[in-house]
Design a protein around this ligand. Structure first.
Ligand SMILES: Cc1cc2nc3c(=O)[nH]c(=O)nc-3n(C[C@H](O)[C@H](O)[C@H](O)COP(=O)(O)OP(=O)(O)OC[C@H]3O[C@@H](n4cnc5c(N)ncnc54)[C@H](O)[C@@H]3O)c2cc1C
Ligand SMILES: NC(=O)c1ccc[n+]([C@@H]2O[C@H](COP(=O)([O-])OP(=O)(O)OC[C@H]3O[C@@H](n4cnc5c(N)ncnc54)[C@H](OP(=O)(O)O)[C@@H]3O)[C@@H](O)[C@H]2O)c1
Length: 453
């Protein structure tokens, strides 16, 4: 048997990098980690999800750079699992495979009118302003006066805030250049954020909610009667603090800023309406009442009362879902890879040497740090199987053979050094304007820079 355990990690977001870090710490030179990503750039949603006006959060990538500097680590960017390399090829070459591919797709409500121009999953908007190559070509019509954001999580807050930042707040960010231009010229004056349940049930976290009240150009408007009595809620919980923050915001008189974020609770969109040219013009909102089921879960129940709200842009921020990888089990209901104790479950039970980590294992929730603990659990399962002799038994491979295999499948693959060249290039482009970086948003340009052109 090959004395070195060769591990493939598919996906270079936080969960993939934490898994690599834990593996290299536990096994050192006794393993090699080959990390694949479909993009030439690593770091998943840290690059393409985290909001551009939150640069400090992105400094977490220094930890990933340290992992990437380990002699037993290699990065193969611009290599897609399922097309460039497939399941059976990796099973034949590696002792274990860890799927860390995240959950790339936006969920939609499935209501009439979603196909209209101006109706989007928030995922598209987030990918667009962050310069993700899949989303760089979208065109958002920001000549409209009102946008509606559906959902009460942090992604809803991110997209509402990005729509309301003024030119000064946008200036020092790494927002993709085309988006920066469009957002600077935006005529959107009001963003209505719609939650199906009440303030006490919102999924916002406290700092993100507080930040909404600190925008340079937008006031926050809330109906105070919608806010539950915080005193009756369990102490020191995120929900109670959210309600307190919302009450404070609700009682703050508008300061006359030119834009507004309106937080509407207890309402669900039931239809999106268009004009003769197929563009979004309005949304029907149905009011809800809260009911607690037998288990005490508070649910939204339609009241039968609805209203029409004029709007030209609708962004649904109701969560993400995974996409099926060819040859890998997938649960279409929950949108994740089915696992037990991080081991991938196939038709006949756990699959030998296959594991999942991060959002594609747990579902699309949790902050960057949540993936560190999640990755420890995945690596612990792998190490337990290694000790018990339960990994795959591939033909012995050298580093050179694996490199040649990848090169044959995708001649334009990008090593970490190639990414570092892209990183330097982007940072240099940003320097003159005091921006962290000016992102490359086309794969061809990334490949040119990675190759030193
Ligand atoms: C809009 C948004 C903003 C967020 N902001 C914050 C924040 O400010 N702070 C915070 O702590 N958390 C934030 N989060 C949460 C955080 O981003 C996630 O917890 C984390 O990124 C999940 O990590 P992951 O590795 O599971 O998935 P991802 O980060 O999605 O990484 C998955 C990787 O897999 C790659 N991949 C996918 N398919 C393939 C394939 N077939 N072949 C090869 N590679 C593939 C992708 O290109 C990607 O690089 C945010 C999330 C979102 C959606
Ligand atoms: N700054 C940050 O730290 C940051 C930024 C962005 C994202 N994140 C993290 O990334 C994760 C994902 O965030 P997210 O906002 O996508 O998801 P989320 O936190 O799960 O919020 C999803 C929201 O969508 C609502 N929703 C779901 N189905 C709905 C439906 N059918 N109709 C109406 N509303 C519906 C949910 O309401 P119900 O509760 O009623 O289901 C909830 O308010 C979270 O853990 C988040 O904290 C963090």
């Amino acid at each position: 048997m090959d004395p070195v355990r060769r591990i493939a990690i598919i996906g270079s977001g936080p969960s993939g990098f934490y898994a690599a870090g834990h593996l290299l710490k536990a096994l050192g030179d006794g393993c090699t980690v080959d990390m694949f990503d479909r993009l030439p750039t690593p770091h998943g949603l840290v690059r393409s999800g985290v909001a551009p006006d939150h640069p400090k959060i992105k400094s977490v990538t220094r930890v990933y750079d340290k992992t990437a500097g380990h002699a037993s680590f290699r990065f193969f960017g611009n290599v897609t699992f399922g097309t460039d390399v497939n399941h059976d090829e990796l099973v034949a070459r590696y002792h274990a495979i860890i799927y860390a591919v995240g959950t790339p797709d936006g969920r939609l409500l499935g209501i009439p009118g979603e196909e209209l121009r101006g109706s989007w999953a928030a995922t598209d908007f987030v990918g667009w302003y962050n310069g993700h190559p899949d989303h760089a070509a979208h065109e958002f019509d920001l000549s409209v006066k009102r946008a509606v954001v559906i959902g009460n999580g942090n992604v809803a807050i991110d997209v509402a805030r990005m729509l309301m930042l003024d030119a000064g707040e946008l200036a020092a960010t790494d927002t993709a250049d085309y988006a920066l231009q469009a957002l600077r010229a935006s005529q959107v004056e009001e963003v209505v954020v719609v939650g199906r349940r009440g303030p006490a049930e919102a999924a916002f976290t406290n700092p993100e909610l507080l930040e909404l009240g600190e925008l340079a150009a937008a006031d926050v408007l809330i109906e105070p009667q919608g806010c539950a009595d915080a005193a009756a809620m369990p102490e020191e919980t995120t929900a109670r603090r959210n309600v307190e923050i919302l009450r404070d915001l609700a009682h703050r008189p508008p300061s006359g800023k030119p834009r507004r974020i309106v937080l509407r609770f207890l309402a669900s969109p039931t239809e999106i309406h268009g004009d003769d040219e197929g563009r979004v013009r309005a949304v029907t909102l149905e009011q809800n009442e809260l009911v607690a089921d037998a288990a005490g879960t508070v649910r939204a129940q339609p009241s039968g009362v609805s209203e029409r709200l004029e709007a030209g842009l609708v962004l649904q921020a109701i969560g993400y879902r995974g996409a099926q990888l060819p040859g890998v089990p997938f649960d279409p209901h929950s949108g994740v890879i089915p696992t037990t104790d991080s081991r991938v479950i196939g038709e006949d039970g756990p699959r030998l040497g296959e594991y999942a980590v991060g959002w594609v294992k747990r579902g699309p929730s949790g902050v960057i740090g949540t993936n560190k603990k999640c990755a420890q659990e995945t690596v612990d399962a792998l190490l337990e199987d290694l000790a018990a002799g339960r990994l795959l038994d591939p033909e012995p491979q050298t580093d050179e053979q694996l490199e040649a295999f990848v090169a044959e499948r995708q001649e334009h693959h990008v090593h970490y050094e190639g990414w570092q060249a892209i990183d330097r290039h982007e940072r240099e482009r940003g320097e003159a304007d005091g921006r962290p970086r000016v992102k490359l948003t086309l794969v061809e340009h990334m490949l040119d820079v990675a190759r030193g052109r």
